[in-house]
Design a protein around this ligand. Structure first.
Ligand SMILES: NC(=O)c1ccc[n+]([C@@H]2O[C@H](COP(=O)([O-])OP(=O)(O)OC[C@H]3O[C@@H](n4cnc5c(N)ncnc54)[C@H](O)[C@@H]3O)[C@@H](O)[C@H]2O)c1
Ligand SMILES: O=P(O)(O)OC[C@@H](O)[C@@H](O)[C@H](O)[C@H](O)CO
Length: 464
């Protein structure tokens, strides 16, 4: 079958062709994975279509491999997004850079006004040790602020800082940097990590010229499978190695604090607000918290199968109702009950082959914001977060028994397989990077997690 490209677009049904054809690159994106292609790139294309502007083309940068570039470059960076039964070719991406390409030059270009990032939670991790560089876990000892300045060896945030340095030198104007990763306070978190890597003069320039608004992003985008590619090709009539499959739902809430110009994302359905935090907590705790519970407790291969089991769906309801939603505030007038039911319906979507193994990855970087912060809130109010404790016990069982463990802390998480539940809980709760210094001291929490792990190991029922 002929490959998707500008030259073969005429074979695609008119209704499935791109909505916009940008002529200028105004956005640089770090970490051009599946999520960016199905979320920010779609909003950006719709924004251009709504305004007629053609200056918000995207330059995507792959940080770690040439895979996405190898797929998209032969297709003139066009790719299909299938949401439900609808497939459309997206035209907002203009260029994909690979490691070694001059990312700093793109960040320093005056027409670049916005940088977006989806570099995964672990890329924001502060590696242990003095002078460590975020996203540089394995080479922490060589990461100093001046080492980052030299560029190539540093992680994604180091490369962003190198770009900011080039932009400051070129006096290329203000820039907005938007973290679109599933982290609490993602804007402030990123700003803090950037600040740690800036020398004083650059820090002054960043303070005056760069903003880091917080964002809440939502759209379930599983990793694309070969079957997805076949399906999209059949629907488009051309082969497409960059396709992504997602759900019809999409949400983007952005703190309205831009340093300069931006695409009209509000015209594409994004919500620009003063304070993202209530939305961000709601989504990280209810959606992502439930996702992690599914990943460590359900035993299913895909999310839809897990929620198809009525007993497991009931567990998720109790987790959300009893332990997670009571920790949310600032949502007056918002239909929280409707939101929770809509999450279960989204999870049940049989068209999304969302593997629980994908969600289970890097749990040490996800648990704190998804499940441990709400557990703290409940404990502080004198409540027993038993459903959260069950999910945490599920994670403990996972990290101590998984044949392959994908986690930056894997070496510290694996056990020798001989310890009993109480010793396992004690050992894992002592990892401060995950549990802080407080949870291991909390008798209620320790007791709940130990009971749950005993029950799980004994093959006990999830619901008492
Ligand atoms: N997929 C979703 O449903 C979804 C929804 C909301 C938010 N997100 C956010 O987007 C992130 C990426 O999801 P995805 O589905 O695109 O994943 P993906 O695996 O398709 O892409 C991940 C991208 O991040 C880069 N990356 C990975 N580790 C990195 C590191 N240490 N430093 C720098 N870059 C790194 C990869 O090179 C790749 O470009 C998630 O971790 C999450 O924070 C995803
Ligand atoms: O993408 P991660 O690895 O942060 O987490 C896995 C899922 O929980 C997540 O991707 C959700 O699908 C997404 O956050 C929905 O908006």
């Amino acid at each position: 079958m002929v490959r998707l490209s500008r030259a073969t677009l005429s074979r695609v049904a008119p209704a499935a062709r791109p909505l916009a054809e940008p002529r200028v690159t105004g956005v640089v994106h770090l970490g051009i994975g599946a999520f960016h292609r199905a979320h920010q790139a779609v909003y950006t294309e719709r924004a251009m279509a709504a305004t007629g502007e053609d200056r918000w083309g995207i330059c995507g940068a792959s940080q770690r491999s040439t895979d996405v570039a190898d797929r998209l470059r032969p297709q003139d960076c066009l790719y299909g997004v299938r949401a439900g039964d609808e497939v459309r070719v997206v035209g907002s991406v203009r260029e994909v850079l690979v490691p070694g390409d001059d990312l700093a030059a793109r960040l320093a270009a005056p027409q670049t006004a916005v940088v977006t990032l989806t570099i995964t939670e672990q890329a924001y991790r502060r590696a242990p040790g003095p002078g460590a560089t975020p996203g540089m876990v394995s080479s922490a000892s060589s990461g100093t602020a001046s080492g980052v300045a030299s560029g190539a060896a540093a992680g994604a945030i180091g490369r962003l800082v190198a770009g900011l340095r080039a932009r400051a030198a070129a006096d290329a104007g203000p820039l907005t940097v938007l973290s679109c990763d599933n982290l609490p306070d993602n804007g402030a978190t990123l700003a803090g990590l950037v600040a740690e890597l800036c020398e004083p003069r650059l820090l002054g320039w960043v303070g005056e010229n760069v903003s880091f608004p917080a964002t809440m992003v939502d759209r379930i985008v599983p990793a694309t499978t070969p079957a997805d590619l076949d399906d999209v090709a059949a629907r488009l009539g051309v082969s497409d190695l960059g396709a992504v499959v997602t759900e019809p739902f999409a949400q983007w809430v952005i703190e309205d604090r831009f340093a300069g110009d931006r695409p009209a994302w509000d015209r594409a359905g994004a919500l620009l607000v003063k304070d993202v935090r209530p939305y961000e907590r709601m989504k990280l705790r209810l959606l992502n918290g439930s996702h992690s519970a599914i990943a460590y407790l359900s035993g299913a291969e895909h999310v839809s199968e897990a929620v198809g089991d009525p007993a497991f769906a009931e567990y998720l309801r109790r987790l959300m109702d009893d332990d997670l939603s009571p920790t949310l505030d600032g949502l007056d007038g918002f239909d929280l009950a409707g939101y929770k039911e809509s999450l279960l319906a989204r999870f049940a979507n049989p068209g999304l082959r969302h593997r629980v193994a994908q969600i289970a990855m890097d749990g040490s970087q996800k648990l704190p914001q998804r499940l441990l912060d709400p557990a703290r809130d409940r404990l502080a109010g004198g409540h027993e977060p038993r459903w959260i404790a069950l999910a945490v016990a599920g994670w403990m069982r996972h990290v101590t028994t998984a044949r392959e463990l994908h986690d930056p802390l894997a070496d510290r998480l694996r056990g020798d397989g001989t310890a009993g539940p109480a010793a396992t809980v004690r050992r894992l709760l002592a990892i401060e990077e995950i549990f802080g210094a407080d949870l291991r001291e909390n008798r209620v929490f320790t007791g709940l997690v130990t009971d749950c792990l005993e029950r799980l190991n004994a093959g006990g029922a999830l619901l008492p």
